[in-house]
Design a protein. Structure first.
Length: 557
């Protein structure tokens, strides 16, 4: 991946880079840097995963290292190949490529099983017949030690036999688990004899029905890192309390010592990054799917028109810190605007149309107006746009009694039509309710943009489309999905209470004819309105555009 503005050598090191550079100086792992990205295939990737991708891949790239993609597929109840395919697609779209073929925790099921057997042989794991409720009670509380299971001191031989029978399918789901024998008095709750295997007679998306016992995440995750000889296991801060358990497994199993390093997760105002909560939004029809443009998933942001470089830049600007914080949504939108301003073609689209008839323009005449595609890109060129006697302008570009600094249309006032003529408002037509339905204007023939010899000065410039040539388009105006910046941070209220019922509005707009063939994913700046992306639902017969971001922050006040 090319990173033109991405890695600035003179920038100060973050704490992860300081650790890695010290390891390199000390010759640890022969100076090798190998990271991994280990998502569970039980949902779509979201903005939090984007942060993890940037940290893992770009850190390895900086030091000439490698990054594995490993799907942690240890729970067949929630995982499927559709999620796997979407995860791979999202990673590549964001601009990263993993080392070799993708890997799976299920690749290591036999080796993980043997690791568990080794712990049993060492007297460090036991089969427990307690119910989940009994195990939870045995754990104690953060301020009181736990109590030992009555099955904790089973003989090694009995544990080996029972664990083998668990694998053979002799017992029903939930009847037995394998627990590590650590320390029931540890102040760290994760060290109080954690469950490391459970029985699940369920079909697995890769291993089929070969297994009916599956390792718990805490057992599979760290050991998979060791199997792959990951040097720096970079993960989000919520796993810091799990690290002592991972280190305990490494020590007792005498395996490759991967080092876990935790960084602050990506918390963005007005977004949630819990896959369980995102799943509820999908299944309860608050959104249309995982790729709904309001969702904080990479698929949703891509469909909305967020460019991958902007998301990467946002993750970099948010920084890599040791402590959790909430990143302003405005920073994300700023990064999106900055990228789209540079890359998006300009277009004219009227979202709330008001008809204008130029009474002194020859009836039936059509002129082609030359309009620049992107003033930020000297190589973007120009396009032509038809101009005729009847036009549409935005309704809010006219006022009966405008304030002093209003420089658009009003009775007796002039305004320039972008890349066309200056017009003068002569007459206002109203409907039976007194609402403005049409404007009758006159134009100055010598005022054509680029060859204006009229001497008339118009302070305002507005956009327009030719009424006979305009195409109708569905425009979806998106707002934030939640009305509270931290919708999940309320103990006494459910996050759904903050769902923004006005997060989607659909309007029928009139667009310049060049947009008829806009391709899904193509982004545009609708002049004076914002940045928009052609939706995947769009067809030449029924164009559909999504609002990506407004031209300016509308929430700053």
């Amino acid at each position: 991946m090319t990173t033109s503005t991405e890695t600035k050598e003179k920038e100060p090191l973050n704490f992860i880079e300081e650790i890695i550079e010290e390891d390199i100086r000390n010759g640890k792992h022969a100076g090798r840097v190998h990271t991994r990205f280990p998502p569970e295939p039980n949902g779509f990737l979201h903005i939090g995963h984007a942060k993890a991708l940037v940290v893992n891949f770009e850190t390895a790239q900086k030091y000439g290292g490698k990054t594995n993609l490993r799907l942690d597929d240890t729970n067949p109840s929630t995982e499927n190949t559709d999620y796997v395919d979407n995860i791979k697609n999202d990673i590549r779209w964001l601009g990263f490529e993993w080392e070799g073929e993708e890997l799976y925790a299920s690749d290591y099921f036999e080796q993980l099983y043997q690791f568990a057997v080794k712990l049993i042989h060492k007297g460090l794991a036991y089969v427990d017949d307690s119910t989940p409720e009994e195990i939870a009670a045995q754990k104690g509380t953060p301020t009181a030690p736990g109590t030992e299971s009555p099955f904790r001191n089973r003989s090694i031989e009995e544990n080996l036999d029972l664990f083998a029978r668990m694998r053979a399918g002799d017992f029903p789901d939930g009847s037995r688990v394998l627990r590590a024998k650590v320390d029931m008095a540890s102040p760290n709750m994760h060290m109080r004899d954690p469950v490391i295997y459970r029985i699940k007679h369920e079909h697995h998306h890769r291993t089929g029905d070969d297994w009916c016992i599956y390792p718990m995440y805490d057992f599979a995750h760290g050991q998979s890192d060791s199997i792959e000889e990951i040097t720096h296991s970079l993960c989000s801060l919520e796993f810091r309390h799990h690290r002592p358990l991972y280190d305990w497994f490494i020590e007792k199993l005498e395996i490759f010592p991967s080092r876990q390093i935790e960084f602050a997760r990506m918390n963005v105002a007005y977004m949630i990054t819990s896959k369980r909560r995102l799943m509820k939004l999908v299944t309860d029809n608050y959104v249309t799917g995982w790729d709904d443009p309001r969702m904080p998933t990479l698929a949703g942001m891509r469909r909305r028109g967020y460019p991958a470089p902007a998301i990467r830049e946002f993750c970099r600007r948010a920084g890599t810190a040791r402590r959790d914080n909430v990143i302003e949504y405005e920073l994300l939108e700023f990064c999106v605007r900055e990228e789209l301003n540079r890359t998006s073609l300009r277009s004219m689209v009227v979202l709330d149309p008001l008809k204008v008839v130029i009474t002194n323009y020859p009836e039936g005449q059509v002129e082609d107006m030359s309009i620049e595609n992107n003033p930020e890109d000297p190589n973007a060129g120009h396009r032509t746009m038809p101009f005729s006697q009847e036009l549409y302008i935005e309704r809010d570009d006219y006022m009966d009694d405008p304030p002093k600094n209003y420089h658009r249309l009003a009775p007796g006032k002039d305004v320039r039509l972008k890349s066309a003529y200056i017009i003068h408002c002569d007459e206002v037509i109203r409907d039976a309710n007194g609402e403005v339905s049409e404007l009758h204007c006159s134009y100055y023939p010598d005022s054509r943009s680029g060859s204006d010899t009229s001497g008339i000065k118009a302070k305002g410039v507005i956009h327009w489309v030719s009424a006979p040539h305009a195409i109708q388009a569905e425009v979806r105006l998106y707002d934030r999905l939640f009305t509270d910046p931290e919708p999940t941070n309320h103990e006494d209220r459910d996050y759904i209470e903050f769902y923004n019922t006005n997060s989607l509005q659909v309007v029928t707009a009139f667009a310049e004819p060049s947009l008829k063939n806009a391709q899904p994913g193509q982004t545009f700046q609708f002049l004076r309105k914002g940045y928009f992306c052609t939706d995947t639902d769009s067809t030449p017969a029924n164009p559909v555009f999504n609002l990506t971001v407004n031209l300016k922050d509308s929430w700053s006040k």
